[in-house]
Structures are given as structure tokens and as C-alpha cells.
Design a protein around this ligand. Structure first.
Ligand code: SF4
Length: 270
């Protein structure tokens, strides 16, 4: 029987993100609806399955105590509420990245979100619009969110390690990331998300103070100042690497299971 395609299916098809996938064992009304995955022919019948039991592994704590900045800039930032924090970022000149930016990119989303996705920094589109993940990588991130029944702005917040665009889309220098770190720390304190998803090596490296590879950090629950954190690939990388999209899908499944575990832990404690 021919299946009628929904508008969403057609959009995903156009973006090369089909087939539509559903989480194994999920009830129909709960099932994630779309996959961020264009499966290579050779793997179409055996996508990388979520690894059973992995959410039960002990959390991996790799983040050491935060570096103390000279002066009281960090302490001042860590006392700010949302409006003051946004103003501080908009007028910030604390690292060289301010010189060539068009707009700061503070972050966007639900300020009471359970989910926080952290990327590395704005690109050209984000610098022009002042919003994170608005180019092709942003479209893929939105599809990844849709795959686990999330959408930008609803129970999801999206931010970056640095709020100004590194020229030529290079990685932020350590000093730039360090200068911007208190803003993200304060965003996390204000958000109090249940789970952070670090998108790519730069985000993971800065949040977990490690130079480990994304591959070695996937599939584990890390700890960022008391908040569980998992690591997956950056959408911009996934646009260039079809084979790793299957791994990103497995990571999203792992994130969903982890979030379920966290909610059950909270419910049991209350
Ligand atoms: S990247 Fe961060 S620390 Fe640097 S100027 Fe922009 S807001 Fe300030």
C-alpha cells in the first residue's frame, strides 16, 4: 500500500534526511518522528542501534573546578539575571572577537528548558542574524530536535561557547573561550537544564576541560558543574560526514533515554 507522505516527510526528503525513523519500542504517540540520518545503502538495514544499558553507566566526571579569573568580572557575571546578562553580552569587549562581529549571539529558547544544546560559536549567518544555528547546520539541528520530538523554543535552549563569531569560522582560541565562559556558566545556572548536549569537540572540550575526541566521549553521561552532559557531533560536521549521522542518531536515542532516567530519578526523590 502506498504511504501518504506528510509535509514534514517531504521537507526531510528535500534536505536529504530521510528515511523517517522511530525509536524502537516507543509507543506510537510518543515516538520520535524524524531522523537526522541519510543512511548509506550499505547500512540501510542495520543502522547503529542505541546501546542497551549505557544510560545506567556511572557518570563520568571530567570537568575540574572552573578556572578563577582575575578580578571580579566572573563573580559579577555570576550574579546577573537574564536581562543584565543579555545586556552584558551585547556590549562585551572582553576578548578580540568583539572587533569584527556584527551581532553578538546570546542564545535562544525556553528559559525553563530541560534540554540545553551547546555549540561552539556563531558562523556568518548567526553573526548576521544574532541567533545560533540558523544556517544549514541549524536546519539539521532543528531536524535532529524534531527526531526526538523537540523544537527550538519549546523546552529547548540553544547556546554557544563563544557569543561572537571567530573570523573565517575558525575554532575559538582558548583565551576567547575562557573570556566568554562566565556567560555560558551563568546561562546554565539560570536555566538549570536537566541535560546538556555538547555539539562537537569544541563545545565538549570547553565544557569538560578535556582534549578527548568526540568519539571517545560519546555514549557516556559526563558531569558539568553538577549537570549531566552528553556529547555528540556538531551538525556542521554531520553535513560533511554521512557515516557519522548514524552515530548522531544513536546519541540522540541515548539522550532521550538519559532524560527519561533523570526524570524518573527526580520523581523518585519527590
Ligand atoms: S566572544 Fe564572548 S567574551 Fe569575547 S567579546 Fe564576545 S561576548 Fe565578549
Amino acid at each position: 500500500m502506498t504511504q501518504v507522505k506528510t509535509r514534514r516527510d517531504l521537507i526531510l526528503e528535500e534536505m536529504g534526511l530521510t528515511p523517517v525513523w522511530r525509536l524502537r519500542g516507543a509507543r506510537a504517540e510518543e515516538a520520535p518522528v524524524a531522523a537526522p540520518e541519510a543512511i548509506p545503502e550499505s547500512r540501510a538495514s542495520s543502522p547503529e542501534p542505541p546501546q542497551p544499558g549505557i544510560a545506567q553507566e556511572p557518570r563520568v566526571t571530567t570537568h575540574e573546578s572552573r578556572i578563577t579569573e582575575p578580578g571580579d568580572r566572573r563573580a559579577t557575571i555570576m550574579r546577573m539575571e537574564w536581562p543584565g546578562l543579555k545586556e552584558a553580552v551585547a556590549s562585551c569587549t572582553s576578548c578580540p572577537l568583539h572587533a569584527k562581529r556584527n551581532k553578538t549571539v546570546f542564545g535562544v529558547g525556553d528559559e525553563n528548558a530541560d534540554w540545553l544544546f551547546v555549540g561552539e560559536g556563531p558562523g556568518a549567518d548567526e553573526d548576521a542574524q544574532g541567533e545560533p544555528f540558523v544556517g544549514q547546520a541549524g536546519k539539521l539541528l532543528d531536524s535532529m530536535l524534531a527526531a526526538i520530538k523537540l523544537q527550538r523554543g519549546t523546552n529547548v535552549y540553544i547556546a554557544n561557547v563563544v557569543k561572537c563569531r571567530p573570523p573565517g569560522n575558525r575554532n575559538p582560541e582558548p583565551g576567547e573561550a575562557l573570556a566568554c565562559e562566565p556567560y555560558l556558566d551563568r546561562q546554565i545556572d539560570l536555566l538549570r537544564p536537566r541535560l546538556i548536549v555538547a555539539l562537537g569537540k569544541v563545545a565538549a572540550a570547553n565544557l569538560l576541560a578535556t582534549d578527548a575526541s568526540v568519539a571517545s566521549m560519546r555514549g557516556k553521561v559526563h558531569d558539568y558543574r553538577g549537570t549531566p552532559l552528553i556529547v555528540t557531533y556538531h551538525p556542521a560536521y554531520l553535513l560533511r560526514s554521512l557515516t557519522d549521522k548514524a552515530k548522531a542518531w544513536a546519541d540522540l536515542c541515548f539522550a532521550v533515554r538519559t532524560m527519561g532516567d533523570l526524570k524518573r530519578e527526580t520523581d523518585a526523590a519527590t
